[in-house]
Ligand binder design. Structure first.
Ligand code: 26V
Length: 803
């Protein structure tokens, strides 16, 4: 059946038979078959949503880090196995065929990948929910390593046709920037007219989001900015208008040109703010238009629609919804405010001060004059509310205001304008309530709630590790696929030696697959009997890749001192992109690659330590590494990592976590028990305590620990570098700037935990028992659980029944 249709598709689309078709044509033919299969379902799903009985959710996000969709879509339509079989029998290399799809890298890291996992869970749980985002022409930059340095190249992912999108020209809307607002009276009512604005055409491209073997196909709508054809009339004989038009066209198209490559570093870039308003305005106009088509009345918006904003990036949705309700729908302020604050919900993803969005007041006023007026009004009313209703907080008004000292605080706007405010792991939510957002929690206690993150087990287990998935199914049946909590049924097998062996064989196979891949691609040889110790995530000070490399440098020192050092050989695998302007992070990358060069070739260490820095870490690369990992490095400074989701993916694939008491690590430990995870380091309370009292002295740690001194002095003595300035930045950030992320403080605990990892690994049966226990408890971290909680506790939406 599949084979016949596949042959036919190749013939009708490319005039080719299986043996002449290129990998790209094979990929395209399969994609076309999938489209044939899902488009009818898609239409059907949309129709049933339009009939209106369901409340729907829109997930607004500046990032959707989809990666590839081909395998995921094959799995969800139920063709994954048969397709692989047919390709293999036809002598085609499935890997090469699927690699024809360029990763959709429309995100920086965890926040964007979470959005993608949520879409998969929404559709698979038959929930009426859609994504709204931007169709960036360039995704996150491609990382090239040149002499051990990161170099950024543009990621023109749309170079070839994107198979999964459909342009919906007829759904285009207009978004307005700049201009001024005229205020006038009309029948005793104050009215506002926005004039002299620049017009931008927002055109949506829809990507189908296929539910797992069900009838539901939801939509990810990505907006693209185009110029209006009729913005100018070309009348002037000297052509000035024409050049003016070209300027305009260029400036408009810039809006959806590229994704800002920053993660946890806020920069007040005007174009980024325009992108945010573009997303919000186009998305909302479209939502309201559809709502009115089905339900006629705007006043029941909160009964039919929930809008979740992914971090503060889309928080202009609050004043934009107000604007539409006030100016276009003619509602009064109180009524409009009640609707807005019953429709919008906000998720916070970081407590890092440097990542919190704050825009200059002038920028907002100039770019969106009407929106600015509305924010001012919201702010005034909110400050009054504190003054009259919460007199104990009067002293905090300046600190809580939405606009203060020429700055607009987006998190404040988001909190004031939504009915739900959630953190992404238990610890994170507690920190929001008790520290970062404490006064807001006092005013709106009922708004705060926790939704611990999750990952889609369909992509991160079924798709990436079919060998493990089928071993699990043959042991406990396949009920876990629909209900991932059933993975707990593996627990009785944790001690079973034949199951342990089977798990060990799968891990070995995945390690070999990965080793073969990097050998083929980079010519790097790794020892598949060594421990694969994996640290994959964006490069950031708080994620402490530096602590990892310091430990490696310490081990190297031990190897040089003792040729007979008892140590299980280890492959330290890093994958990380640094923000282009983040010098410290780039310096850490260079330190890792410089250390790799020396340590990998030194006879004193090369049989024990191998460092691999993987170029261009992205979703597809993660999918290859994760199944092969033994150790999962989750070593952020306690309190800094809101949740982490890589920790969950690695656990689900049987890696043991080596982690701090941070983010979701805390809940992983709660689930698996302290004996099945390696934890170390300061607690978040201790970190806060040091920060408040200012009692941490990095130099004291340096002075008192010979191991640290040895490692650190190598940074400034040409040990890893031709000059002694290359790593000075790192050296001084630790000693002169007092080690903001407590790397030195946690060093001792980390070394000890690493020793325990080594010893435990030598007792294979004990290791495997722990590994199985981790897999068994990973069901809790399926995004199906997370999304169900959002659906029940925030959105009030229910699964659909499709006729
Ligand atoms: C901030 C900015 C600032 C402006 C430029 C672009 C940009 C892009 C992203 C961000 C947000 C940083 C927040 C973030 O990514 N948080 C991560 O969210 C994950 C999902 O909840 C969570 O697992 C990670 O712990 C958290 O760091």
């Amino acid at each position: 059946m599949f084979l016949t249709e596949f042959r036919e598709k190749l013939t009708t689309s490319f005039g080719k038979s299986m043996k002449d078709a290129t990998d790209k044509e094979v990929f395209q033919a399969i994609s076309l078959m999938i489209k044939d299969e899902i488009y009818r379902k898609w239409q059907h799903t949309q129709k049933s949503y339009q009939e209106g009985q369901y409340k729907q959710v829109y997930y607004l996000s500046m990032e959707f880090l989809l990666g590839r969709l081909i395998e995921n879509n094959l799995l969800n339509v139920g063709w994954f196995d048969v397709c692989k079989e047919v390709l293999m029998e036809s002598g085609l290399n499935t890997d090469k065929v699927f690699s024809q799809e360029h990763d959709a890298g429309l995100g920086n890291g965890g926040l964007g990948r979470l959005a993608a996992c949520f879409l998969d869970s929404l559709a698979s749980l038959k929930l009426p929910g859609h994504g709204v985002g931007i169709r960036y022409k360039y995704g996150l930059f491609q990382q090239k390593m040149v002499n051990g340095y990161q170099v950024e190249l543009p990621d023109y992912w749309l170079k070839d046709e994107y198979m999964w999108e459909t342009k919906r020209e007829e759904e285009a809307v207009e978004v307005r920037f700049g201009g001024t607002v005229e205020v006038y009276y009309e029948e005793d009512n104050l009215r506002f007219k926005h004039v002299d604005y620049e017009r931008v055409r927002a055109v949506p491209y829809d990507v189908p989001i296929v539910g797992y073997q069900n009838e539901v196909v939801n939509t990810l709508r990505l907006w693209s900015a185009e110029s209006m054809n009729n913005h100018f009339h070309f009348q002037s004989p000297n052509g000035h208008d024409y050049y003016h038009y070209l300027d305009y066209k260029r400036s408009v198209e810039q809006i959806s040109e590229f994704l800002y490559p920053d993660d946890s570093f806020y920069e007040g870039k005007i174009l980024r703010l325009k992108q945010q308003y573009f997303l919000v305005s186009a998305g909302l106009q479209n939502i309201i238009k559809k709502h009115k088509q089905t339900h006629h009345h705007i006043k029941n918006l909160p009964n039919k629609i929930a809008i979740q904003i992914n971090d503060t990036h889309p928080s202009l949705v609050v004043p934009e919804l107000m604007r539409l309700l006030l100016d276009d729908e003619g509602l009064g302020w109180d009524e409009a405010w009640a609707i807005t604050t019953s429709t919008v919900a906000y998720t916070n993803h970081t407590t890092l001060n440097e990542a919190l969005e704050k825009w200059p007041e002038n920028m907002i006023r100039d770019l969106f004059p009407r929106i600015y007026m509305i924010i001012e009004e919201i702010n005034e009313r909110f400050c009054k509310q504190i003054w009259y209703e919460h007199p104990s907080l009067r002293d905090s008004i300046a600190q809580m205001a939405i606009i203060s000292y020429g700055t607009v605080h987006m998190a404040h706007l988001a909190m004031v304008g939504s009915f739900s405010i959630n953190g992404v792991a238990k610890l994170h939510t507690t920190i929001l309530k008790k520290q970062v957002m404490k006064p807001f929690y006092q005013i709106f206690p009922e708004r705060f709630n926790n939704k611990t993150n999750g990952i889609t087990h369909r992509r991160w287990l079924l798709n990436v590790n079919p060998e493990l998935a089928s071993l699990i199914s043959s042991t406990i049946g396949n009920g876990w696929i629909q209900e991932p909590k059933k993975l707990i049924q593996l627990l009785p097998f944790a001690n079973d030696s034949s199951f342990q062996n089977a798990i060990a064989n799968v891990k070995q196979k995945k390690k070999e697959d990965f080793a073969a891949y990097i050998h083929g691609k980079y010519g790097i040889v790794i020892d598949t009997t060594s421990i694969f110790d994996v640290h994959i995530k964006r490069l950031h000070g708080y994620k402490r890749q530096l602590l990892n490399i310091f430990h490696i440098l310490h081990l190297y020192q031990l190897c040089r001192e003792n040729p007979n050092l008892p140590m299980t050989p280890r492959t330290f695998i890093f994958g990380a992109k640094a923000a282009p302007g983040y010098h410290f992070a780039k310096n850490v990358i260079k330190l890792i690659t410089a250390a790799a060069e020396k340590i990998n070739s030194d006879p004193a260490s090369r049989d024990k330590i191998k460092i691999v820095f993987l170029e261009n870490y992205n979703v597809s690369l993660a999918e290859r590494i994760i199944p092969a990992a033994d150790v999962s490095e989750q070593i952020s400074t306690a309190s800094k990592e809101a949740s982490g989701t890589g920790n969950m993916k690695l656990m689900m694939n049987g890696a043991l976590t080596l982690g701090t008491h941070d983010g979701a690590n805390v809940e992983i430990k709660e689930m698996v028990g302290p004996e099945n995870i390696f934890t170390f380091g300061l607690t978040s309370e201790e970190v806060f305590d040091y920060q408040e009292k200012g009692t941490y002295r990095a130099r004291d740690v340096y002075n008192s620990d010979q191991r640290i001194r040895t490692v650190m002095d190598q940074l400034v003595t040409r040990f890893f570098s031709k000059d002694d300035v290359e790593f000075k930045h790192i050296y001084y950030s630790l000693l002169k700037r007092n080690d903001e992320f407590f790397v030195l403080k946690d060093f001792d605990g980390y070394v000890e935990a690493q020793q325990l990892v080594d010893q435990t690994y030598r007792q294979q049966s004990i290791w495997l028992k722990k590994s199985i226990t981790n897999i068994a408890h990973s069901g809790k971290f399926s995004s199906d659980r997370t999304v169900s909680q959002y659906a029940n506790e925030i959105w009030g939406i229910h699964p659909v029944t499709m006729s």
